[in-house]
Design a protein around this ligand. Structure first.
Ligand code: SF4
Ligand code: SF4
Length: 397
């Protein structure tokens, strides 16, 4: 039997679908140039692929047809040589629509395999954000702002070709730089893109992540019921109605916290989270009314606390809030837990406000794609500046 190579691309539904498709397709074409057959496909045709929902595409390549056929007998690989993550906030975990709880971003990476990510974060910080693995693996960071667009528009910012150049570097057995550049030239007729792949090939560095690094949280697990344990018919237990909230300082009870699904959390969909300045809130209830996922808990003093296990980060609350700077969407990579903002505010209002101010002041631009015509063109100078700073840093090192 020959050798089978598996690559997965973890992306955000809709916003990065074309990006993932471009990458998986080009992997197969580049390997084909070297006589290796392959196939690329997307998973989760089962869901309406919702905005921001983590989704996956795969590229499977083999040294011969028979090995490919044998490999494809499984629905999807259980281990991959290379995993590609095109949004660093997915390092916190991946939970797709109608799936089985939050799963680690590095779950399929085989021992010694590589996880490639586009991010402006440092490798050590990313390694801590991902779940721990029993065996070491490589982390390759492509310095870039995660690329978002949509189903019918594509942000052609070279993210796809940069990732392809990095794959040629970290897994040269899959395809060479020359093969992938040939595919890029033929597909795009753009020499600049072939050069971008080369630059990424030259510059990508890997960082070995040890089993001692990362989030120690146990990922969600479940056991499938045996056939003899199955019940007659299907009964779906309902969610309890909810309860009052308790003030952590005074013990006063009031307001209302709806009970929520204990398994399906939704927060893996989020790239930004709302942070609330409770001192600015005029209790107008608009955020509570407009939130599409009913995320706001009502506190005993009628403030509105975004429940961060339930929030999918859509930004509607920021848009409807009438008070300037009362609700602000902040890059999700800045946070390490989903605890209640209101509880933190009640315990130390001054500390909470100072933290809020620093979060808002330092937040890098994050959005799901283009919010207005010409936004990308406006961003280009900052993107070039960041790339030049990175190049200068690498030249000095
Ligand atoms: S961002 Fe705001 S409106 Fe959107 S789900 Fe979260 S709390 Fe609700
Ligand atoms: S929309 Fe703004 S002001 Fe109105 S209740 Fe929500 S946070 Fe307060």
């Amino acid at each position: 039997m020959g050798r089978l190579y598996a690559v997965e691309i973890v992306y955000r539904g809709i916003f990065q679908k074309n990006l993932a498709k471009n990458i998986s397709r080009a992997i197969v074409l580049a390997a084909h140039k070297e006589g290796k057959p392959g196939i690329s496909f997307g998973r989760y045709g089962d869901s309406p692929e919702r905005n921001g929902i983590p989704a996956k595409a795969f590229a499977i390549v083999a040294t011969d047809e028979q090995t490919l056929e044998e490999g494809m007998a499984k629905y999807e690989p259980t281990q991959v040589d290379v995993s590609i993550c095109v949004d660093d906030t997915l390092f916190k975990g991946v939970e797709s629509w109608a799936w089985y709880g939050l799963q680690p971003i590095n779950k399929l990476v085989k021992p010694g395999g590589t996880l490639i990510v586009t991010s402006l974060e440092e490798p050590a910080a990313l390694a801590e954000m991902a779940h721990r693995k029993e065996a070491p693996y490589q982390l390759a960071v492509i310095k870039a702002q995660p690329s978002f667009s949509g189903l019918w528009v594509y942000k052609d910012d070279h993210t796809d070709v940069r990732i392809l150049g990095a794959i040629a570097r970290v897994c040269p057995e899959l395809f060479s730089l020359a093969s992938v550049q040939e595919v890029i030239r033929k597909d795009t007729k753009d020499e600049l893109k072939a050069t971008s792949a080369l630059r990424s090939f030259e510059r990508v560095t890997t960082y070995e992540v040890q089993p001692t690094q990362g989030n120690p949280e146990e990922p969600y697990k479940f056991e499938m019921p045996k056939w003899h344990e199955m019940r007659d018919g299907i009964a779906i237990p309902s969610i309890a109605p909810g309860h009052k909230m308790k003030d952590p300082i005074t013990g006063t009870e009031g307001g209302f916290q709806p009970a929520r699904n204990p398994t399906f959390k939704k927060y893996a969909t989020r790239t930004m989270r709302p942070v609330v300045d409770f001192d600015k809130c005029i209790k107008c209830t608009l955020c509570w009314l407009a939130c599409p996922d009913s995320c706001f808990d009502v506190t005993p003093e009628n403030l509105y606390d975004a429940n961060l296990e339930a929030c999918c980060g859509c930004g509607v609350c920021e848009a409807v809030c009438p008070e300037p700077n009362c609700v602000t969407m902040v890059n999700e990579t800045h946070f390490s837990d989903n605890s209640s903002q209101w509880q933190a505010y009640r315990k130390d209002a001054e500390g909470y406000k100072a933290n809020l101010a620093s979060l808002i002041a330092t937040r890098p631009e994050r959005s799901h794609g283009f919010r207005f015509r010409g936004q990308y063109e406006e961003q280009v100078p900052a993107i070039i500046q960041a790339a030049e700073a990175e190049q200068q840093k690498q030249t000095q090192a």
